[in-house]
Every structure is written in structure tokens, then in C-alpha cells.
Design a protein around this ligand. Structure first.
Ligand SMILES: CC(C)(COP(=O)(O)OP(=O)(O)OC[C@H]1O[C@@H](n2cnc3c(N)ncnc32)[C@H](O)[C@@H]1OP(=O)(O)O)[C@@H](O)C(=O)NCCC(=O)NCCS
Length: 194
């Protein structure tokens, strides 16, 4: 049987120039409720923001790690210790692949945090899964900020798929394209941290 301790062990902590990606914690509920209570933040993700829904979403995130070996991390700003979002990986039955996901609280938008967190997550999963051919990202085409993050990561839109009741663009990046894109991502993060 999978115990809590086993699950914790399965979730690594990653550090980037400015961020720490660490396992979600029960103490994060209020921080995520605050982030998800902003209608501008939830505009394209249709999320509910009451504490109960947030807690269940977090349990699902940790469950994703337990069931699949990948999942999202809590994103913490190193300079302040503030919980600034959730980013990492996601997959579920019927999903187009292993997805890179990103959510950053509104007062931290435009600082390159989504790109920096996603870079760490994509790099981690390609290293962990030598047979993984590509990473995908599932985005509503009208979510311009998220589309831009995907494009800046070097992902390209391949097709539309009807998922969770809506047509989403499926962005992908192959392992070989990632190897080419990574040095630019690292340089960008280092520059942003200066
Ligand atoms: C999408 C989101 C994560 C972007 O976070 P972020 O930390 O501001 O993104 P970055 O700073 O890494 O920006 C990456 C690029 O997107 C651009 N961008 C950011 N917001 C934008 C907007 N509203 N319109 C167009 N481009 C935008 C940035 O300028 C940057 O491009 P550049 O490097 O060419 O300047 C953030 O807006 C968010 O959390 N939105 C709500 C949740 C959500 O929709 N998540 C995605 C679900 S698919």
C-alpha cells in the first residue's frame, strides 16, 4: 500500500534561478484559495475557488504523482518565501501525453516565472523518462498569456482536441527540439534573475 511517506518520497524538490518547486503541502490551501479567488486568474481555467474545491484539486495533484510518477509542484518565490503558483506536470487517462502546466498568481505575472518553472519541469521529466518522445501543453487558444508561455518554451501548436468539454490547442515539444531550446531558456532565466 502507498503510504503518505512513500508519496512524499516520490515528489522531488527542484530549484531554479528564482523559484523553488516543492511538493504541495496542506498548509498551502489558504495560499491557493487566495490565488484562485482572482477572476482574472481563473478566466481561462474555469476553476472554482472555495477552500473545499481547492483542497480536492490539491489532493488530485498529489494523487497524480502517486498514480503516474509525475505531477504539479507548489511554486515558491525564493526571495520572499511566498507561494506564487503551481506548475509542473499532469497526465490522466485519455490525455494527449505528459503535459507541462503553469499557474502563477496575478501579482507575479510578467516576470518569466511560468517559463522558468516550466523549463525545470520539462527538463526534469525528459531526464526521468528516457523513452518520453515529447511533452505537451493543453491550452485554450484564447488564453494569450499561456499560448505565449508555450511558444517561448519552443512548443508548437499541433492540433485541436476536445478535452473536458472544450476545444483546446495541443502544443508539443519533442525531446530533440527541447535539447536545442534549453540553453536559451537557461540564459533567459539567468538574465531575469540579475
Ligand atoms: C499563463 C501564466 C501562467 C503566465 O505566467 P507568467 O509568469 O506571467 O508568464 P511569463 O512571465 O513566463 O511570460 C511568458 C511570456 O508570455 C508573455 N505574456 C504574459 N502575459 C501575457 C498576456 N496577457 N498576453 C500576451 N503575452 C503575455 C510574456 O510577455 C512572456 O513573453 P516574452 O518572453 O516574449 O516577453 C499566467 O498568466 C497565469 O497563471 N494565468 C492564469 C492561469 C492560466 O491560465 N494558466 C494556464 C492554463 S493553460
Amino acid at each position: 500500500m502507498m503510504t503518505t511517506k512513500t508519496v512524499e518520497k516520490a515528489i522531488p524538490t527542484l530549484t531554479t534561478e528564482r523559484l523553488t518547486l516543492r511538493p504541495l503541502d496542506n498548509a498551502d490551501v489558504s495560499g491557493f484559495v487566495e490565488i484562485w479567488s482572482d477572476p482574472e486568474f481563473t478566466r481561462y481555467i474555469g476553476g472554482r475557488c472555495d477552500p473545499d474545491s481547492v483542497w480536492h484539486a490539491m489532493a488530485g495533484n498529489i494523487g497524480c504523482w502517486a498514480l503516474t510518477g509525475v505531477g504539479p509542484w507548489a511554486v515558491v518565490e525564493q526571495s520572499t518565501g511566498t507561494l506564487v503558483g503551481r506548475a509542473g506536470l499532469w497526465t490522466e487517462p485519455g490525455w494527449p501525453g505528459i503535459e507541462a502546466v503553469w499557474f502563477i498568481r496575478r501579482d507575479r505575472w510578467g516576470r518569466g516565472y511560468a517559463r522558468e518553472a516550466a523549463t525545470a519541469a520539462i527538463d526534469w521529466v525528459f531526464a526521468q523518462r528516457p523513452d518520453l518522445a515529447e511533452v505537451v501543453s493543453i491550452i485554450l487558444p484564447e488564453n494569450a498569456a499561456s499560448v505565449r508561455v508555450a511558444e517561448r518554451l519552443g512548443m508548437t501548436s499541433q492540433r485541436l482536441e476536445f478535452l473536458h468539454g472544450e476545444h483546446h490547442a495541443v502544443y508539443t515539444i519533442s525531446r530533440s527540439d527541447w535539447a536545442v531550446a534549453l540553453p536559451a531558456q537557461a540564459a533567459q532565466a539567468a538574465q531575469a534573475a540579475r
